[in-house]
Design a protein around this ligand. Structure first.
Ligand code: ATP
Ligand code: MG
Length: 597
């Protein structure tokens, strides 16, 4: 029964320990208006320390109890009821288990009904009081509809990050727990789409609704669930496939200063996955929106969006979104991996991810450590990258290959975040500014790059063809520096320098031109066979292009055989060298011909 005043307004009494804020009062008023279907509500506030915390709202004979005292009383009642039940039954069932289930039941009820209040809000971070059962990583819902995620569990309050603009959230705003961990709804429909860090489309296409809900943080597969990396993931970039092969399920870091072609390597690798049965996910973290737009455009023009997903949190997104983007994208990747598919995921870049996390942590009041990053910044990336793996056959044999990107300052790989990520990954491709500016693009530094998974991730053909390439190049670089100022060199040294220069030239590759495995093998065999050594360096690339075209036109069986078997027999090697000579004879004749006329 409710109590109405003469003028028709509803009268209610609010008992609490501290004066409620205007927002809270408004919340109660809205609640009453809806509940009793009245237009006018008069709330009388009574301060009563006995309430302990929270609020009790009395409307006539109805009581709405959101107070700590009320909860305590409810708890006592339940325990009493349970005790009586146990006494009445005397069934031999032990009283402890009956009491325990009463406590558990109450916990569920308490969690469901818990309402907390915002203590402080600002910079995408809020501290909340009163949500005592909130868990780490749980989604909390604010009264204006904004969602947040619990990140800090303190003694008296909890810290949460917001996934949206704060809007009207301020001191006193109401918050409820949802009991749900932050997650993303995964489905096949994501393929071809550009989505934000929470999986909502931002490409103007239809909404993605149905699917499987996966938490953004998942434990990595254990050792037993995994299989060793043995299948190659061709990047289509000659210098990488030949010397630093990447296998499906591997984590290979791309590291270098700004503007050294890091993103380009990742994008070319995605372009090369066409028809390779591999789903690609590109995660932009803290990038400029315009850069991402250009990139999506490149993928679209090459038809790569047919098997790709772009997860985008740009520099203008709040730090919490930049922080969750790679985790959400990895959950998406896991969805496909558990379906037995191969996935390639690019995190561009984890330096900005660490910076976003640093901002969050400082705002949450955690103590800063080296370079002002919080103490758990290693864990930030290790738990992310550990999720890339190759599952055993029993689990479907799917895989996630990760290409994290790290930006260095002035080539300093010994800074905090670079060393962390280097130690987490299975190798790195180090891009050097000097090489980049010399025109050696992609600017892969042969000496500092490594792939620790090794030859298991290479096809037999590629392994055989690349032979001693890495050592030859390393020697060439050394000798080049050494002989820089000497004028008079013996023939062996001159030849070695010329061969080295030709090989370096062969490794140059324009953007968006990934090579097929067979073409790479042919190029390497010809290169190691010194077929480019006697050409002027400037002509090497052009000659290579014409040579490969000649192979494709006149001897396509060589390439198709290599592609089919993945092997390179000695006979084939000889055949390649023979065709090279054949082509050489034809092209020198063609060159000589105009001179004769
Ligand atoms: P940022 O630090 O800004 O993210 P980045 O290291 O990702 O830069 P990219 O954006 O990939 O570098 O490339 C920088 C520039 O170098 C681009 O203009 C790109 O066109 C050019 N570039 C990269 N690789 C090559 C290449 N193989 N051949 C020619 N140009 C290249
Ligand atoms: Mg980049």
């Amino acid at each position: 029964m409710s109590e109405k005043l003469d003028n028709g307004a509803l009268k209610a009494v609010l008992r609490c320990v501290t004066e409620p804020s205007q927002d809270q009062l408004k919340g109660f008023r809205d609640f009453l208006q809806k509940k009793y279907k009245v237009a006018d509500v008069l709330i009388e506030v009574r301060i009563e320390p006995a309430v302990h915390g929270g609020f009790i709202l009395d409307v006539g004979s109805d009581e709405y109890d959101w107070s700590t005292r009320g909860r305590e009383r409810q708890f006592e009642n339940r325990i009493d009821a349970a005790r009586q039940k146990a006494a009445a039954e005397r069934s031999g069932k032990d009283i402890m288990s009956i009491l325990r289930s009463a406590v558990d039941d109450f916990k569920v009820i308490a969690e469901k009904n818990e309402v907390g209040f915002v203590e402080t809000a600002g910079d995408g971070i809020v501290t909340i009081k009163g949500l005592e059962h909130a868990q780490y990583g749980e989604i909390v819902l604010f009264e204006n509809g904004v969602k947040g995620m619990v990140q800090n569990i303190g003694r008296d309050n909890i810290g949460a990050i917001l996934f949206d603009e704060e809007g009207t959230i301020g001191e006193g705003s109401r918050v409820t727990g949802t009991g749900k961990r932050a997650g993303i709804v995964c489905s096949e429909e994501y393929i071809g789409r550009v989505v934000n860090a929470l999986g909502a489309p931002i490409d103007g296409g239809p909404a993605l609704e149905s699917g499987e809900y996966r938490p953004i943080e998942e434990p990595a597969p254990g050792i037993v669930d995994r299989k060793s990396v043995s299948e190659p993931l061709q990047t289509g970039i000659l210098s990488i496939d030949s010397m630093f092969p990447i296998g499906r399920g591997q984590r290979e870091l791309i590291i270098g200063d700004r503007q050294t072609g890091k993103t380009s390597i990742a994008i070319d690798t995605i372009l090369n996955q066409k028809g390779q049965n591999c789903i690609c996910i590109y995660v932009a973290i803290g990038q400029k929106a315009s850069t991402v737009a250009t990139l999506v455009n490149t993928l679209r023009t090459h038809g790569a969006m047919d098997y790709s997903i772009v997860v985008c949190s740009t520099a203008s997104d709040p730090a919490p979104l930049q922080y969750v983007a790679p985790y959400a994208a990895t959950s998406l990747a896991e969805y496909f991996m558990h379906k037995g598919k191969d996935v390639l995921i690019v995190y561009d870049d984890l330096s900005k991810h660490a910076v976003a996390y640093r901002a969050l942590s400082l705002l949450l009041g955690r103590s800063p450590g080296r370079e002002a990053y919080p103490g758990d910044v290693f864990y930030l990336h290790s738990r992310l990258l550990e999720r890339s793996s190759r599952l055993s056959d029993e689990l479907g044999g799917g895989s996630i290959t990760a290409l994290p990107i790290i930006e260095t300052q002035d080539g300093d790989v010994s800074a905090y975040i670079p060393t962390n990520v280097i130690s987490i990954t299975d190798g790195q491709i180090f891009l050097e500014s000097d090489l980049f500016f010399e025109g050696q693009r992609p600017a892969v530094n042969v000496g500092l790059s490594v792939s620790r998974v090794g030859g298991a991730a290479q096809t037999k053909a590629m392994k055989k063809a690349s032979g001693s390439l890495r050592i030859d190049l390393a020697q060439y670089r050394d000798m080049q520096v050494f002989t820089q100022f000497s004028s008079d060199l013996d023939e062996a040294t001159t030849n070695q320098l010329r061969q080295g220069a030709a090989l370096m030239e062969l490794l140059k590759q324009p953007l968006e031109h990934p090579m097929s495995m067979a073409d790479e093998v042919i190029t390497l065999v010809a290169g190691e066979g010194k077929k480019f050594m006697n050409l002027p360096v400037k002509q090497v690339k052009d000659y290579q292009g014409r040579l490969l075209a000649y192979f494709a036109e006149h001897h396509p069986e060589i390439a198709s055989e290599i592609t089919k078997t993945g092997r390179l027999e000695d006979v084939q090697k000889d055949a390649i060298l023979k065709v090279c000579d054949e082509f050489d004879a034809i092209s020198s004749k063609a060159e000589a011909a105009p001179a004769e006329q």
